[in-house]
Design a protein around this ligand. Structure first.
Ligand SMILES: [Ca+2]
Ligand SMILES: [Ca+2]
Length: 731
């Protein structure tokens, strides 16, 4: 049955593979150098064979390439793979090829795809060439998945910007976008983002206060754009360059069922500035004041809904979905076309709605030339809308926009899918947010952090060469403040901060973090700013911001996990000028990390005291760093032998190890590798790449039923050579 299912999946994949639209190809033939590095489970080289080479050549020729022997050709495709036998399935053996294909093209174009393909044979040994032959076309498809998008980007690079603009008319419905023109996220060194909820920041103009009441947590408090202009220096002094403003457009201003309207997300008219906040001239003045300090602006854009009870629902009933509130939060269709907490849900596929949303956003992009747009409620709007809207708004901006999506999900696969399909070059890193809160406030294993970082490869190249499009956060205005999540333990909050400011991405904080503002939910987490001098959190954040600005390795470093266990995580970040070691020790004992040989002339090891999160900068000559970088980017074979104990299998039951890697079935126990009985012991042998980080659990599978062990996920690091994991069921 299981075999049948696997073959069925393969057939389906093959079918869809044939159904794709015609492929774009280069206008004139361009030389490409093709390189293979294929090894068996023990690391010995395996020949590609004529069929695989032919499949690769045919694929590349379909794209207009011409194979070249010159290793300096303008295009270069490198496939690194390992062929290994994974396990016995009934009377056959499951062979797996795992690999990466990287295409390098002109103008710094680069795309890497990571893949896995399986094939069943009744041969147990030395079948590597047969497996490659059987999977030749599938591997060739991966080459296309790597090279194809670059051909698209390359061809589009010369496309005039006006084209994108002219599509943005109310009648543009027929002119569906061909493909999203996803600008890579702008590389902004030393960037950090500070969120200001305008009404809650500073009241600079009492004349626009109307019925503001700072004593009422659900009322407007009087904050405005003038107040923010007066306080830019506060944010600048903290070390932040970018301000993300909550929505500043005309909004509902009375509570709805007891919920305050001050946050600005209850949109009335996106073409006008909310009079309580100021006017267009003040908004322009704010932008100019930021620019004068070398600071940047991100506007908050709401396209999913309008204000509750908005007049627009009566005047334009055809602009809205009429499905009622979301009942089933697991149903993707309901998420997109039903109401979020009763907010009138805009139908973006109505051309008038699209034009209203696009033209209003365009107005502010042209007037203010912001550096970015923060897109609200991304998961409640179809990706087809985002793909078109993001490309077209990028098309009217004079500079590359940082288009930052808010998708509240802890699942990297989901967030990455939206980023890639919706044409976002930046996303809030909610998966890392949840991991940081769990680890630093709730005693979860630091393996959780490692496991999120290890999935970065799921995001497309548009997130930036250093993943600067991933905006990291410890809290926001929809979540519990970090101080509250950590139950007021400032030491834990600081460890979380230190970690966030030491790893990849662009850190963000929200107003008040620097003075210890707390609050578990609305409206407590949205209290007004206290401008308090000398708060200890202020100097901590300033120090972290300075450190990040001083050590570019913290933004650009290539990551390499040195150690990982239930209570310890050591991440080495290798830059061009120095290396940085990020360590998280949640145990009650001192831990010592041995540094790689390339760094040992400078330093042998680093001691990490109990319950400590730290950053250690290591000065290393550039040639040693280069050597180290090369080594870590070339994974070695890592064999993992897993022995399971304390499991009693009944007839018909089997034990599997399901987890985050594709080799572990991507958490699907039906696809996860099975333990075999060897000398009376349950044993599983995995062939992985060194440096891979896995999260997993033991699962007993009985037909279609699965029983997971009741404990936190287990984490491990695949090291070069052989490692042994002894796992006791549920302990
Ligand atoms: Ca005011
Ligand atoms: Ca919606």
């Amino acid at each position: 049955m299981r075999l049948f299912l696997i073959f069925f999946t393969i057939l389906l994949t093959a079918h869809f593979g044939c159904a794709t639209s015609p492929k774009s190809r280069l206008e004139a033939p361009e030389p490409v150098f093709v390189q293979w590095e294929i090894v068996d489970a023990t690391g010995i080289g395996v020949q590609t064979g004529p069929l695989l080479e032919k499949a690769a050549r045919d694929t590349l020729e379909t794209r207009g390439f011409e194979l070249s022997d010159n290793s300096n050709a303008p295009w270069r495709v490198t496939t690194k793979a390992r062929v290994s036998r994974m396990m016995r399935v009934d009377r056959a053996y499951r062979w797996v090829v795992t690999g990466t294909t990287t295409t390098l093209g002109p103008d710094g174009l680069e795309k890497t795809v990571k893949w896995l393909h399986a094939h069943h044979l009744d041969v147990e040994y030395a079948a590597e060439p047969r497996v490659l032959e059987a999977l030749a076309f599938r591997i060739a498809d991966e080459i296309d998945n790597s090279a194809g998008p670059l051909v698209d980007t390359y061809l589009r690079a010369g496309a005039p910007v006006e084209k994108a603009v002219s599509k943005a008319t109310p009648k543009a419905e027929e002119a569906r976008p061909q493909a999203a023109k996803v600008q890579p996220t702008p590389d902004v060194p030393g960037d950090l983002i500070y969120f200001v909820m305008v009404d809650r920041f500073e009241n600079g103009d009492p004349a626009n206060d109307e019925d503001a009441d700072p004593q009422d947590p659900q009322a407007f408090h009087g904050g405005d754009l003038r107040g923010l202009i007066n306080r830019i220096e506060w944010i600048h002094q903290l070390g932040f360059k970018t301000i993300w403003l909550s929505p500043v457009f005309t909004m509902r201003d009375t509570p709805f069922y007891g919920h305050g309207a001050f946050h600005g997300y209850w949109l009335e008219n996106p073409f006008e500035v909310e009079p309580r906040f100021g006017d267009e001239a003040t908004l322009v003045e704010l932008k100019n004041a930021l620019e004068a300090r070398g600071m940047r602006l991100i506007l908050d854009i709401v396209v999913n809904h309008v204000a509750p009870e908005s007049e627009r629902v009566k005047t334009h009933p055809d602009w809205f979905h009429t499905n009622g509130p979301i009942q089933n939060w697991d149903d993707p269709k309901e998420l997109e076309t039903y109401q979020v907490h009763g907010l009138p849900d805009l139908n973006q596929s109505n051309p008038e709605v699209y034009a209203w949303l696009f033209e209003s956003t365009k107005k502010w992009v042209e007037l203010l030339e912001p550096d970015g747009l923060r897109m609200d409620a991304v998961k409640h709007v179809p990706n087809t809308f985002w793909k078109r809207f993001n490309a077209e708004i990028q098309g009217v901006s004079k500079k590359p926009l940082f288009i930052l999506g808010e998708q509240l999900s802890g699942d990297v696969t989901e967030v990455a899918k939206t980023a890639n399909n919706g044409g976002f070059n930046a996303m809030f890193d909610f998966p890392l947010h949840f991991a940081m809160v769990d680890v630093f406030c709730k005693d979860a294993s630091p393996g959780k952090l490692a496991s999120v970082l290890a999935q970065d490869h799921l995001y497309g190249a548009q997130m930036g060469a250093h993943r600067q499009g991933l905006v990291t956060l410890l809290d926001n205005h929809d979540l519990s403040r970090i101080v509250t999540s950590c139950v007021g333990d400032r030491g834990r909050v600081l460890q979380a901060m230190r970690f966030m400011f030491s790893v990849r991405g662009t850190p963000s904080v929200i107003w008040g973090t620097e003075v210890g503002t707390d609050g578990s939910g609305e409206p407590e987490n949205r209290s007004s700013m206290r401008f308090e001098d000398g708060h200890p959190m202020t100097s901590s954040i300033q120090d972290l911001a300075k450190q990040r600005a001083r050590h570019r390795v913290l933004e650009t470093g290539v990551d390499h996990v040195l150690a990982l266990s239930d209570e310890f995580f050591a991440l080495l970040r290798v830059g061009d000028e120095e290396a940085a070691l990020v360590v998280v020790n949640t145990s009650a004992a001192l831990k010592t990390v041995l540094l790689p040989p390339e760094l040992q002339p400078q330093r042998m090891s680093v001691d990490v005291p109990a319950n400590t999160t730290d950053l250690v900068i290591i000065d290393v000559p550039p040639d040693a760093l280069k050597k180290l970088k090369n080594r870590i980017q070339t994974p070695e074979s890592a064999k993992v032998r897993v022995e399971a104990r304390g499991v009693e299998l009944k007839p018909g039951q089997k034990l599997v190890f399901a987890g985050s890697l594709e080799e572990l079935g991507s958490w699907d126990p039906m696809n996860a590798p099975e333990f075999e009985v060897k000398n009376g012991m349950l044993v599983l042998e995995l062939a992985l790449d060194s440096g891979e980080v896995a999260a997993g659990k033991l699962v007993v599978v009985d037909g279609q039923n699965s029983t997971w062990e009741e404990r936190a996920d287990r984490y491990f690091l695949a090291r070069p050579g052989q490692i042994l994991l002894r796992l006791d069921w549920q302990r």
